[in-house]
Design a protein around this ligand. Structure first.
Ligand code: FNR
Length: 346
């Protein structure tokens, strides 16, 4: 037995002060991206939002070939959440939920494999709001607090939530104070209201007012438009009066933003990302989506066009001279018997 998947106590309870954090991002925050963020210096990495009932429909499987722990959908065999020992003390699983008991059950399923659990209270998408999840919870404070209290009392790992600001600054502070009463370990605050889009400026002074009023760590979020280098992260901290910062888009575009010594050229980042995608048998369409979000306008270049035509992980890798590496590893995985689902990219 090599100990993969063994349940061991955490070395330290995760602290949320003075941390640089990879924000939760649907489809972007899968294992290869989280590991790369950690390699570049992020202190904590959030998973993409995972809906409670999807977690509850999955079973835990130790993957000896990849050295991972997989939560596998029992209906179609897809990987709902893949994690590994390297990130165990630093990964926070973000959950979408509208129900305390369902959230607790899902939390129990993963609590020994993650460093913390976060509840999404900021998502404005119709799917979330209609289901009473995401930002809908900010309009139902009693339920939001019930969920948090249930998790704080029932789980062994720290519990946090991520919110958006309200249009009134005092109401924002009051809601955050009220949520903090549940015993959560920290609160992430995105400085835009539910109706504001990424192009709107971030209400940094709202975050500052929350940080001033609360005794738990407040994690500032929403600053990516102004974050182009590592120093900008410090500026965002100062402007928001927070010691911790959570970065989404600036990391989605170039995850080496977490490097103290400066960002790396995009090609270098993509190569590292592809190696991790191969090593952890990441699904090809997810890898393609993430690389596409890194390339952005570079998709118009000859290489970018070649990339858009690529249909498999191996074809994507070949564009960055990693085709042979990909094929070799995939054959090894196949020979070991534990084959991930391999599908064609859209
Ligand atoms: C997001 N965001 C987000 N938020 C969240 O709580 N759970 C999620 O799953 C997602 N998914 C997601 C996907 C993508 C592609 C983006 C760009 C954003 C919101 C994100 O965490 C963050 O709050 C905002 O992007 C603002 O921070 P930045 O981008 O200014 O650093």
């Amino acid at each position: 037995a090599n100990g993969i998947g063994e349940v061991r106590p955490h070395v330290n309870r995760l602290s949320y002060s003075g941390k640089t954090i990879l924000a939760p991002m649907v489809r972007v925050g899968t294992l290869p991206m989280r590991l790369l963020a950690l390699e570049f210096g992020a202190d904590i990495v959030y998973s993409e939002e995972l809906i409670d009932w999807k977690l509850l429909r999955s079973f835990r499987r130790v993957n000896e070939v990849l050295g991972t722990i997989d939560f596998v959908d029992e209906t179609d065999g897809t990987i709902v959440f893949r994690t590994c020992a390297r990130e165990r003390e630093q990964v926070v699983l973000q959950m979408g939920t509208s129900d305390p008991q369902r959230a607790l059950k899902a939390g129990k399923l993963v609590e020994n494999d993650v460093a913390g659990i976060d509840i999404n209270m900021g998502c404005p998408k119709e799917f979330s709001v209609k289901g009473g999840m995401g930002v809908a919870l900010m309009a139902d404070l009693a339920k939001a607090k019930n969920i948090l209290r249930t998790l704080v009392n029932g789980l062994r790992c720290p519990v946090t939530c991520k919110v958006r600001v309200l249009s009134d600054i005092d109401a924002t502070v009051a809601v955050c104070q009220s949520l903090a009463e549940t015993g959560i370990s920290a609160i992430g605050v995105h400085g835009r209201t539910r109706d504001e889009r990424p192009q709107h400026s971030n209400r940094n002074h709202y975050i500052k007012a929350v940080a001033k009023a609360l005794s738990i760590p407040v994690i500032a979020n929403g600053g990516s438009k102004e974050i182009e280098c590592f120093e900008d992260i410090g500026k965002f901290c100062t402007e928001t009066g927070c010691s911790s910062v959570m970065i989404a888009r600036a990391a989605e575009w170039n995850v080496s933003i977490f490097r103290r010594n400066g960002r790396l050229p995009l090609d270098e980042v993509i190569k590292k990302y592809l190696v991790l995608s191969v090593d952890f048998d990441n699904n090809g369409s997810n890898t393609k989506y993430c690389v596409q979000n890194m390339l952005r306008e570079l998709q118009e270049t000859p290489r970018g066009k070649l990339f858009l035509e690529a249909q498999t992980l191996e074809q994507i890798c070949a564009i960055w001279d990693l085709g042979d590496y990909c094929r070799k590893r995939q054959l090894e995985f196949k020979a070991s018997g534990l084959l991930g689902r391999r599908e064609v990219c859209p």
